[in-house]
Design a protein around this ligand. Structure first.
Ligand code: CMC
Length: 446
């Protein structure tokens, strides 16, 4: 056996002691052993594997992890999830407590700053967000270019990217004060842009922000106000939407947050990075799932169609949308909270007929070995669409309703990335399986 090397490449002495916080790896091709440090949480540094080589000319050992199923891309202090136990915490605070006792803007402050605000800090933050709600009128010209049936999320993605053209200084991402200003702008303007997309879709004139309303009430105002006079949403509806915003505000290193961090790692401006993250969110396996759930429930239509639908899922012809999660292998805690919030909303709006189909799908799935053995439980998207529909949102708005609060999480994670000295441009490796070198042949000779 040749000498053992530590993670830093130094030779290790074999003292035979047990209980060390390290991992010994034996390369059976060479018989060499290597010792690499174990960091907190059963993690080793991928770069520590690079020393494992058959000979000096080798590139060194890599890991292969499509979909990043077992790769930590960052250290983070924002959100904690224990997927086995169904635990979700923002900055240490359980999601259940935040949903019950906090407001969306207070949670936004928490996610962005790491601590809950004092009353005066909260007042300042609410004021700061409120005064940034207006957008340049030319953004409406951009939106007017879209066809009447353009998807609301596609319009929103494009208008966030377009908004960046009004703030060229946003490219100075290494300036912390500048970053903070852009964060406040984006959090504040997202509901305004979302409201404009809805009104465009409906063929209605835009409704502008009303700064004396709460963040959530103002959003409802920009969607549903008709005519002049004071707009006041139903407080139950306003609170339910605020809770939904809290539940969607962050979810650690999911697909769209990873997109945000990957784009941010090239030091692109936050508007471009956010537009990219929103593109990732739009997919039906991620934030587009709430829209897909509602379309699925509408397609099932009646209770007697449920058995044949479920058989199709089990034959893997399609997925039960709103079920399953990469991290949660228990009931998604957000789904439980949403299910309770739905009762309050339905008392005001009347019961959504599709709820019975959803409840029956859940009942069957939780009792069926196909779903149980794969740990498939309802996720955040299973019930949220039912509330959104009851509140009068068209399905095209569902991913938009996810993107508004998630903007806070994306920006908190982006800010953390730029403050993290260990981060560098995201640039994974590949295993090349393509053609070996070959000579080009002119088209007439092929
Ligand atoms: N319906 C039926 N079968 C499923 C489902 C589902 N919804 N989800 C996973 N499976 C099966 C899958 O076929 C596989 O079976 P097998 O082991 O026999 O091949 C097994 O469960 C594991 O699935 P996976 O695709 O390897 O799991 P993943 O961690 O890669 O995917 C997921 C996670 C969320 C993409 C997936 O569960 C899914 O497609 N769910 C439906 C879409 C959805 O609701 N997405 C919202 C996620 S939560 C909010 C968010 O992220 O924005």
């Amino acid at each position: 056996m040749e000498g053992r090397k530590a993670g830093n490449g130094e030779e290790m002495t074999d003292d035979g002691s047990g209980g060390k916080n390290s991992l010994t790896i034996k390369d059976n091709r060479t018989g060499r052993e290597y010792e690499v440090d174990i960091l907190d949480g059963d993690v080793i540094r991928a770069m520590d594997l690079r020393q494992i080589k058959v000979d000096e000319g080798d590139f060194g050992m890599m890991t292969y992890d499509p979909g990043f199923k077992n790769t930590a891309s960052t250290q983070s202090t924002v959100t904690y999830i224990d997927g086995g136990k169904g635990i979700l915490r923002y900055r240490g605070y359980p999601i259940e407590q935040l949903a019950e006792r906090s407001t969306f803007l207070e949670v936004a402050y928490l996610l962005l700053n790491g601590e809950l605000p004092s009353q005066s800090e909260l007042d300042d933050f609410v004021h700061e967000i409120t005064v940034h709600t207006y957008v340049h009128e030319n953004i409406r010209t951009v939106m007017n270019g879209f066809r009447y049936d353009a998807h609301a999320m596609s319009m929103l993605i494009s208008s966030v990217a377009a908004l960046g053209t009004f703030y060229p200084e946003a490219r100075n991402v290494r300036d912390a004060d500048n970053r903070r200003l852009q964060i406040h702008r984006l959090v504040a303007k997202m509901p305004t842009l979302a409201g404009f997309t809805y009104r465009h879709h409906q063929g209605l004139p835009p409704a502008y922000p009303e700064n004396e309303l709460s963040f959530t009430a103002n959003f409802l105002n920009m969607l549903f106000r008709i005519g002049g006079g004071d707009y006041k949403p139903n407080p139950v509806v306003e609170r339910a939407l605020d809770i939904l915003f809290i539940l969607h505000a962050d979810h650690e290193q999911n697909c769209s947050t990873t997109a945000m961090r990957v784009i941010g790692s090239s030091e692109a401006d936050p508007y471009s990075a956010l537009a990219g993250a929103m593109g990732a969110l739009f997919g039906p396996l991620h934030g587009g799932a709430n829209e897909a759930v509602l379309r699925m429930l509408q397609r099932i239509g009646t209770m007697d169609n449920i058995p044949s639908f479920m058989e199709g899922v089990k034959r893997k012809e399609e997925r039960l949308m709103g079920f399953g999660h990469r991290v949660y292998k228990a009931y998604d805690p957000r789904a439980s909270i949403i299910k309770r919030a739905a009762d309050d909303v339905f008392e005001v709006t009347g019961r959504n007929q599709l709820l019975d189909i959803a409840l029956e799908l859940e009942r069957i799935a939780l009792d069926d070995d196909f779903f149980v053995s794969r740990n498939l439980y309802p996720n955040v998207d299973f019930y949220s669409g039912l509330i959104y529909e009851a509140l009068g949102f068209p399905v095209e708005m569902f991913p938009v309703l996810f993107a508004i609060p998630r903007t806070v999480g994306w920006l908190a994670q982006w800010d953390e990335l730029l403050k993290d000295g260990e981060q560098s441009i995201a640039r994974p490796r590949q295993i090349f399986n393509g053609a070996p070198a070959r000579d080009f042949v002119l088209v007439e000779n092929r």
